[in-house]
Design a protein around this ligand. Structure first.
Ligand code: BES
Ligand code: ZN
Length: 641
């Protein structure tokens, strides 16, 4: 049966195996995956995606053709999506798509893509996490489904900025953020990472704006108001992306460049000048870059994330523009996703560590290759400290690498455990098996699974197979199942070491002991990371005199670097340090990157006076934040049930 279907639809074997897998049963039990053979039994079970209504074993979409007009007055994208369908179940009378807050105007099917017949559809009640299931009736022979629709002004995956909210202040701006489950708020689709599609798009906007997408972009395209795109490689829906604004382009290298508003462009280009070198370094480690160009889109400060690995066009926050390239590991991270994530994709959000943990590991390898071991180790140490903090504070169950996200919102509950425990796990493997063999394994893993999705048990299968074939006599050197399925940090974890940080600590000591002035601490040539370490190593309960002394010596309140400012503001709230109060307000009003502002609102929320202040600032700031950030802060401050 499977063979027959394969012949019929001619799709990749891996995709078919996943698409046809049974769609029930709970997470894999460690016992079931002890041996390579028995792991196969769980392959289908753990590829169940509880965050999508799509049933790819019945009908599978393979391509989406968009034709959308951006209406900045209505804050809406309006037009149509044509989905190419493979009907795998001959008895399927309908197809289920994911949507969220879409207005569906019309649904039609076609067998040739030319002649269309209207068909019925049903939009189910809105689930607070999943959105609304759209069920469309299918006729016999239907191979294309056209949905005419319009997005809502509050679409969770789009932000519409007024001219005043941009750097140039003259023209509006809009951008998407599809990961994890927000693509459905601007494209009706099978919004599950285990389903890959190619896409094409025609975007209509006004002719003073430029549209870009996670697709083939033409940097030389004239501003005509109509833009054509194609993404020829199959990608999961969470990698569909669009932005429209007053965007210019500057080349960084042969196949790299940056898009930004004109007034930000040259600063961005300077900061990101090592991008081409990063691409070359990653190729040397893990094999050819599979996506053609690697460009970066510098977004306005309301972008809710640091970066987003949209293929061919990383989206980035301007808070990395520190002026000294000290925060460009974020680019290394998003670039790394071109292998771990975009090429080899987590099958479900339970497996997100396969994306983010691998990527954080690769990110540090890129940083090491381009900026040296000292820099990479400082970043690894900061990551290790973050991990320790999470393990100490999160519910135990949430500190395993694999854990069930069922009933939870992956846009709210994906923690840095996936990143930092994942990266530490891979580093531990690297040190146990040796760098060369481990690099060869990763190259082979990326190559073998290119343009496919993997579950955690697929990874385990491959790992065991690879090492038993290549190192038949070596027994398991790392407690792999414990790393993946148990909470906490297993014994024998790799230990990052940073002499630079040891030095920072020893330089702090005399001041902390009260025997030297802050101004006498030798801080010349400290990098952002050394400052971060310094601020994180300050003990609880400094007095206001000490805060003042630090501020006078190092001008923290007015520091331009967004990461250093973040740590200082957090300390200032904690210690009731009033001179930072105005900067705090300006910071929260000026930046929408969730990771930098949520902890500040949270810190404020710890006292009644602080909570009142948080609400007061948030009242002013909310409309400037992205819906994803709004949602998190609404929940934090108790503004939603
Ligand atoms: N893919 C993530 C962003 C993401 C993860 C969005 C999960 C939605 C759900 C991106 O690659 C990322 O990790 N960004 C980080 C930066 C990185 C340097 C740690 C961020 O935004 O802070
Ligand atoms: Zn990432």
């Amino acid at each position: 049966m499977r063979v027959l279907l394969l012949l019929l639809v001619g799709m990749s074997q891996a995709l078919a195996a996943q698409a046809l897998a049974p769609q029930s049963t709970p997470p894999p039990k460690p016992a079931a995956i002890d041996k390579v053979g028995s792991a196969k039994a769980t392959r289908g079970a753990d590829s169940l995606d509880t965050h999508s209504y799509a049933d790819p074993s019945s009908v599978l979409s393979t391509h989406i053709a968009l034709d959308l007009r951006a209406d900045f007055d209505q804050k809406s994208l309006e037009g149509s999506a044509v989905l190419s369908l493979h009907v795998l179940d001959p008895l399927a009378g309908s197809v289920a798509l994911d949507t969220r807050d879409l207005e569906i105007m019309k649904t039609e099917v076609s067998s040739d893509g030319k002649h269309w017949q209207a068909v019925g559809h049903e939009l189910a009640a809105r689930d607070p996490i999943l959105g609304s299931k759209l069920t469309v009736a299918l006729r016999k022979g239907a191979r294309f489904l056209r949905v005419a629709y319009r997005t809502s002004p509050g679409a969770s995956g789009l932000q519409w900025l007024t001219p005043e909210q941009t750097a140039g202040k003259k023209l509006p701006f809009m951008f998407s953020q599809s990961q994890a489950i927000n693509a459905r708020s601007w494209v009706p689709c099978q919004d599950s990472p285990r389903i890959r599609i190619t896409y094409s798009a025609v975007i209509h906007t006004s002719d003073n704006l430029r549209a870009v997408m996670s697709a083939v972009n033409d940097p030389k395209a004239k501003r005509t108001g109509t833009y054509h795109f194609a993404m020829p490689n199959p990608i999961p829906s969470y990698l569909m992306a669009i932005a429209i604004g007053d965007l210019d382009f500057q080349a960084l290298g042969k196949r790299t460049g940056v898009y930004a508003e004109p007034s930000v462009l040259s600063k961005a280009a300077k900061e990101l000048e090592d991008t081409e070198q990063m691409v070359a370094a990653t190729e040397k480690l893990y094999g050819p870059y599979a996506w053609g160009r690697y460009d970066i889109l510098m977004l306005p400060p309301s972008f809710p994330y640091g970066g987003m690995e949209n293929p061919r066009l990383t989206f980035a926050t301007p808070t990395i523009l520190a002026g000294d390239k000290s925060l460009v590991s974020l680019i290394a991270h998003e670039l790394a996703h071109s292998w771990s994530g975009n090429l080899v994709t987590n099958a479900t959000w339970n497996d997100v560590w396969l994306n983010e943990g691998f990527t954080t590991y690769v990110e540090r390898r890129i940083v090491e290759a381009v900026y040296g071991r000292r820099q990479a180790e400082m970043e690894a140490m900061l990551g290790r400290q973050t991990l320790q903090h999470l393990v100490d504070t999160l519910p135990r169950g949430d500190t395993a690498l694999w854990f069930s996200m069922k009933g939870r919102d992956p846009d709210e509950d994906t923690s840095e455990i996936a990143y930092e425990k994942g990266a530490l796990f891979l580093r531990t493997l690297e040190e146990a098996y040796g760098r060369k063999p481990f690099d060869a394994f990763l190259r082979s893993y990326f190559h073998r699974h290119a343009f496919q999705t993997v579950t955690t048990s697929n990874f385990l299968d491959y790992f065991h197979k690879y090492f038993s074939e290549n190192f038949p006599k070596t027994k398991e050197l790392v407690p792999i199942h414990e790393w993946i399925y148990s909470p906490g940090i297993p014994k024998g974890a790799a230990v990052p070491q940073s002499d630079a940080f040891t030095l920072v600590e020893s330089k702090m000591k005399p001041w902390l002991a009260g025997i030297a002035a802050a101004s006498s601490i030798e801080v010349k040539h400290w990098s952002t990371q050394e400052w971060q370490h310094f601020l994180q190593k300050l003990p609880e309960g400094l007095n206001l005199m000490q805060m003042k002394e630090l501020d006078t010596a190092f001008h923290f309140t007015n520091v331009g670097n967004a990461e250093i400012a973040f740590l200082w503001l957090q300390l200032s709230i904690r210690h009731g340090y009033a001179p930072a109060s105005e900067r705090l307000q300006a910071y929260l009003l000026g930046i929408g990157r969730r990771k930098l502002i949520l902890p500040l609102y949270s810190e404020l929320g710890k006292t009644p006076v602080g909570k009142a202040r948080a609400l007061e600032i948030y009242r002013q700031a909310r409309s400037g934040y992205h819906p994803i950030t709004q949602n998190s802060i609404d929940q934090l401050l108790g503004m939603k049930p």
